[in-house]
Ligand binder design. Structure first.
Ligand SMILES: Nc1nc2c(ncn2[C@@H]2O[C@H](COP(=O)(O)OP(=O)(O)O)[C@@H](O)[C@H]2O)c(=O)[nH]1
Ligand SMILES: [Mg+2]
Length: 374
């Protein structure tokens, strides 16, 4: 229908990490948790509360020569850019602005998952600018589109402050496959580069593979993973918090099993995980991150609302922006269910997750990539 969708998408993601086939045995721990599901019973002394663990023997593997984050962000957002910035500049550039062009642009913004409200707002702004400044060609609209988009998404930029608590307990939640475990692996590296010590809690107790996956990320980052053979997610995370406290660790990253908001018993289970964290540390959890796969587009909004109602989401991680042409979902979130967008992921390798910076995001959407391709 639109010329701008005809260009083949460029994929620049690094080779996927093979994280699901670890041979490393998961740690088996004794839990200090009452398996009946009542309040956890802390062990008599701190040492006893430290379960067995896997300490990473192997040094992290070094990724191949890396482009800068800005370059990877641009490469990751190339599909969305083709629709918004690149599409506008390259395909509409010569065209005179008229209502038909605005209509096509409206469709483009909807396809990029900006949502109806944001799209209408942007089109109104563009139309006003066109009339007021007597703009002629579509490419002249690009600057307005970029600055209006920036205004919409800028409020989501709120860095995660982990300095107020030790350990700072960060719990991750989301549907299956959204990128929780991978994001924990990347965050472990990120926080370590900030000079923080990190401990991982293998709170996805539903699948052994999930535990192994986290263990492998622990090895890659050379950090401790608290895991348990089966059992209760809340118990594992409770143990991990005690272990972190006993060792003076700065940050606990707690993984959880994926679940759909419609699976009410599982939503109740994760609400219980949250309550048990608060029993281990009354001030915690200090951050409840909802991990969203950007490919799901507008469905992200429903997930934010449902998880927020169940566990009080304090921040978002938006993954897989590299695989989608739907980066506009950031604007839809900003408009409809604003939560701090703490991190965005644009690939599978360990450095492909970084704090969200609105200006950088918009620049990556509208500036051509270093190789000149859109
Ligand atoms: N392309 C891409 N893949 C990602 C990203 N984040 C995670 N993945 C992949 O998504 C898949 C599911 O991730 P996983 O962390 O296991 O999801 P979980 O079920 O939420 O724990 C894995 O193959 C990851 O490598 C990202 O930002 N970009
Ligand atoms: Mg997982």
């Amino acid at each position: 229908m639109f010329g701008l969708f005809k260009k083949p998408a460029r994929r620049d993601t690094a080779a996927p990490s093979d994280i699901s086939r670890s041979d490393t045995p998961a740690a088996e721990t004794a839990s200090s948790f009452d398996s009946a599901g009542a309040a956890p019973v802390p062990a008599a002394d701190a040492d006893a509360a430290i379960p067995a663990e896997t300490v990473a023997p192997a040094p992290a593997e070094t990724p191949p020569a890396k482009r800068s984050w800005a370059e990877r962000l641009k490469a990751g957002l190339s599909r969305t850019r083709q629709q918004l910035g690149g599409g506008l500049a390259n395909l509409f550039g010569w065209r005179k602005i008229d209502e038909a062009l605005l209509e096509e642009l409206e469709a483009t913004l909807l396809m990029a998952d900006c949502g109806v409200g944001v799209t209408q707002h942007l089109i109104d702004k563009l139309r006003a600018r066109w009339k007021k400044d007597r703009l002629e060609t579509a490419s002249q609209l690009q600057e307005t589109l970029a600055s209006e988009l920036l205004q919409i998404i800028a409020p989501l930029e709120e860095a995660l402050d982990v300095s107020g608590h030790k350990p700072c307990i960060i719990m991750l939640a989301g549907v299956n496959g959204s990128g929780k475990t991978t994001s924990i692996g990347k965050l472990a590296k990120y926080f370590q580069t900030q000079g923080k010590s990190v401990l991982l809690a293998a709170g996805d107790t539903f699948r052994a593979a999930a535990r192994e996956q986290l263990t492998t990320w622990g090895e890659r980052n050379n950090v401790t993973v608290i895991a348990q053979d089966g059992g209760d997610a809340a118990a594992v995370i409770f143990d991990a918090i005690n272990a972190a406290r006993a060792r003076g660790i700065d940050i606990v990253l707690a993984d959880t099993a994926g679940r759909l908001p419609t699976q009410l018993h599982l939503m109740e289970e994760i609400a219980k995980v949250r309550r048990v964290i608060a029993k281990a540390d009354p001030s915690g959890p200090h951050e409840v991150l909802l991990v969203l796969d950007a490919n799901i587009g507008q469905n992200a909004l429903a997930q934010v609302k449902a998880f927020d109602a169940a566990i009080g989401v304090t921040g978002l991680v938006l993954t897989k922006l590299d695989g989608t042409a739907k980066g506009g979902v950031v604007a839809a979130i900003a408009r409809q269910c604003p939560k701090p967008l703490r991190f965005i992921g644009v690939g599978e390798s360990i450095d492909d997750l970084q704090p969200f910076r609105a200006r950088e995001f918009v620049d990556a959407l509208f500036e051509p990539a270093a190789d000149g391709k859109t």
